[in-house]
Structures are given as structure tokens and as C-alpha cells.
Design a protein around this ligand. Structure first.
Ligand code: PLP
Length: 394
């Protein structure tokens, strides 16, 4: 078994599991309760907040725990939109290849009278800061651009984008779900006002995440009820999950550099191996990408069949993103970088874990080669391409 779908979710680290189980057993109190068992849970909660804040260079008061990345994205964007509306500013800038948690929230705001500009993503999978600056208007209240893309792994020029937003007095949110714990992120250096993160993308539990909101940025509630999370997110806190997230994040931060170096080697080995397959292409910039992300298009095949046959060989991969599998439309991310429908359908995402070995990467390369050749052997599109009835695109 080789698990190569770490962008979809990761396996919890033993340290995170241990933290979670011991808290579930021993520190089950409600952090809002005044007696000792409750206050013990409150201490654990506040320690987790400090730990998370420290990793990203924030103040603990700027960290709000959520149910994950989607909730954090929703709350950040809706809050900034409301702040804007109070000043008569209802224009939002984002990009065409954001996660659906962002894009669908923007769709909702459009129906409420907001104007949304989606920036083009270039062929290399990167947004251009100068194009962002040109799109800023008098009534722009928010820029939301993801830190690293979940499908093609490209890392955006976040610091520059943040600096442009600061210069123009526009709030800047980044969906950093794929970036946190994988690349160094510092909210002060990167000029970030709002940031979303999710524990299950860095070996923490599912259903837990956090929202960073810079001091002075007034958040609106998505969930009404009790006064938890400084009154900004009602509901009894998931103390074991939150503490396990903090443990996983600290662990990842401690090993970030060595893990990143190791992963980049394996990533580049995989890219070099898959490039040997004729009529294939890497999606996204070769080096400005997450250390473990590889995304390819292979002409003349269906990505879905490819991933199912790889599964038979014990390799877990993805075609497009898990959220869009099952739909006939190719990935909006691949279309955004200019891949045509036919080619975008033949995509494969492999996202490596820190413990992957050189031999396992060789095994992935060998398996992908075999499966692509097999699928092409009876593909009518491939037959037409080979017969010269259709031109090759890749
Ligand atoms: C996974 C992911 C999300 C959603 O996070 P959840 O915790 O699963 O809600 C949002 N944005 C990006 C970029 C992601 O990869």
C-alpha cells in the first residue's frame, strides 16, 4: 500500500492520536465550567491556542478554532464582506482556481449584490501580483487568494500580494489549508489579515481547524449560541481535537525543513520518472510548488480509470480533487491554467507523505507507466491521435 493522496487528507500522527485519546479519557470537562475538571480543559484549550499562534507568528487572541478549513474560509470571507458593506465597499478580488469553500462563498455573496473579480491564473499556476494591483478599485473590500493550490500545489507570491493589499488598505485573506505545516508561513511577514487552516491536512484530526484574524478585524458569526471563542463561534469546543491539532502542528513545524528537503527530492524523482511517458505534461510550476505535490496530464486517457487501476496496484492517488470526482466536468483548476477539456480529463495528482521512500516512488512510476500504456492500448482517442486524425496537444 502506498498512500499518495495527502492533499485529500493525511494520516494522524501518533503524537496527535496520543494527545487526543489521553484528553478524551482524562480531560473531558467543558471548558466553560467553573470547577476544576472544566478549568483543566480550559487550560488545555488556551495552551493549544498559544501553540498554534506561535507557529504562524500570531497573538493567541487572533486564533479562533473552527470545524475545519471550509468553515474558516466561509467566516473569513463573509466577515470581510460585511466590514466592506458597512463602508459602502462591495467589490471582492479572488482567483479562478480557489477551493470551492471560497468560490461557492463568493457565489453566494454575488447573489447578495457583491461584485467579484476572479483573476486569471497563468499557465504556470501562479497569479500575477501586478494584475491583482490593477484589479483593485475604490470599492474593493477584500482580496482572497489561496496560499498553495490543493490540486497543482503551486505556491502563490503571498508576501507580495499581501503588501499590495496593505498599500491599498484592502483586507487580505488567504486559504492556507495546503500550506500550513508544509511551507513556512508567518502572518506578519506575509502581510496577512485573515488565514484559514485545517488540521487533517497536516496529520491532525478531521473536523478541526482554525481561523487567524488580525487584531482589529471584526469577525461576524456563522454560528450563534454561547459565548465560546470570544463570542465569535458558538458551540462547546472540541478540546481533544483542538489539542491534537496543536500537537500535530508543533510537530510539523519542528521538522518542516528536513521534511521539505526530503519530500522535494522524492517529488522531483517522481516528476522526472513520469516525464518519460510520451505525450504527458506536468501541471503547474516545476519548483514553486508544494514539496510533495505532483500533478500530470496524460493525453488520450481518463484520469478516473487511471486512479482506479492504480488502486488495484495498491496506490492511492487522485484525479482532480476529491470534491469534484463523480462529476463529469474536468477540474476547474486545470481549466483555469488553460488545459483544454480533453487533456484536463486525463489528470493525475500524487501527493506524497513525509515517510515515502525512494523505492516506493520508483514503484509509483513503474505502475503509472504500465497503467497509462494499458489504457491507451484500447482508447479510441489515442487511436485517432496515433493515426494522425487528431493533433497531439501535449
Ligand atoms: C481541504 C481544503 C479545504 C477544506 O478544509 P476542510 O477542513 O476539509 O473543510 C479548504 N481549502 C483547501 C485549499 C483545502 O485543501
Amino acid at each position: 500500500m502506498i498512500y499518495a493522496d495527502n492533499a485529500a487528507t493525511t494520516k494522524m500522527s501518533p503524537r496527535a492520536i496520543e494527545t487526543m485519546v489521553s484528553l478524551m479519557n482524562e480531560t473531558f470537562g467543558n471548558p466553560s465550567s467553573l470547577y476544576t475538571i472544566g478549568q483543566r480543559a480550559k487550560e488545555v484549550l488556551e495552551q493549544a491556542r498559544k501553540d498554534v499562534a506561535e507557529v504562524i507568528g500570531a497573538d493567541p487572541k487572533e486564533i479562533l478554532f473552527t470545524s475545519g478549513g471550509s468553515e474558516a474560509d466561509n467566516q473569513a470571507i463573509i466577515s470581510a464582506a460585511k466590514i466592506g458593506a458597512r463602508k459602502g465597499k462591495k467589490h471582492i478580488i479572488s482567483s479562478a482556481f480557489e477551493h470551492h469553500a471560497v468560490l461557492h462563498t463568493l457565489e453566494k455573496l454575488k447573489k447578495e449584490g457583491y461584485d467579484v473579480t476572479l483573476l486569471d491564473v497563468h499557465e504556470d499556476g501562479l497569479v500575477r501580483p501586478e494584475e491583482l494591483e490593477a484589479a483593485i478599485r475604490e470599492d474593493t473590500c477584500l482580496v482572497t487568494i489561496m496560499y498553495a493550490n490543493n490540486e497543482i500545489g503551486t505556491i502563490q507570491p503571498i508576501r507580495e500580494i499581501g503588501a499590495i493589499c496593505r498599500k491599498h488598505g484592502v483586507l487580505f485573506h488567504t486559504d492556507a489549508v495546503q500550506a500550513i505545516a508544509h511551507v513556512p508561513v508567518n502572518v506578519a511577514d506575509d502581510n496577512i489579515d485573515l488565514l484559514s487552516s485545517s488540521a487533517h491536512k497536516f496529520h491532525g484530526p478531521k473536523g478541526v481547524g482554525f481561523l487567524y484574524a488580525k487584531k482589529g478585524v471584526l469577525l461576524s458569526n456563522l454560528i450563534e449560541g454561547g459565548a465560546q471563542e470570544r463570542g465569535k463561534r458558538a458551540g462547546t469546543e472540541n478540546v481533544p481535537g483542538i489539542a491534537a491539532m496543536a500537537a500535530a502542528l508543533k510537530e510539523a513545524a519542528e521538522h518542516l525543513e528536513e521534511n521539505s528537503e526530503k519530500l522535494k527530492k522524492r517529488r522531483d524523482q517522481l516528476i522526472a520518472g513520469l516525464r518519460e511517458i510520451p505525450h504527458s505534461a506536468l501541471n503547474g510550476h516545476e519548483t514553486k510548488r508544494l514539496p510533495g505535490n505532483v500533478n500530470f496530464c496524460f493525453e488520450g486517457i481518463e484520469g478516473e480509470s487511471l486512479l482506479l487501476l492504480l488502486d488495484d496496484k495498491g496506490i492511492s492517488a487522485s484525479s482532480g480533487s476529491a470534491c469534484t470526482s463523480g462529476s463529469l466536468d474536468p477540474s476547474h483548476v486545470l481549466l483555469a491554467i488553460g488545459r483544454v477539456h480533453d487533456v484536463a480529463h486525463g489528470s493525475l495528482r500524487l501527493t506524497l507523505g513525509e515517510d515515502v521512500t525512494e523505492e516506493q516512488v520508483d514503484e509509483i512510476i513503474q505502475s503509472v507507466k504500465e497503467v497509462v500504456e494499458y489504457l491507451r492500448s484500447f482508447s479510441p482517442i489515442w487511436r485517432d491521435l496515433m493515426a494522425g486524425k487528431k493533433p497531439f496537444i501535449l
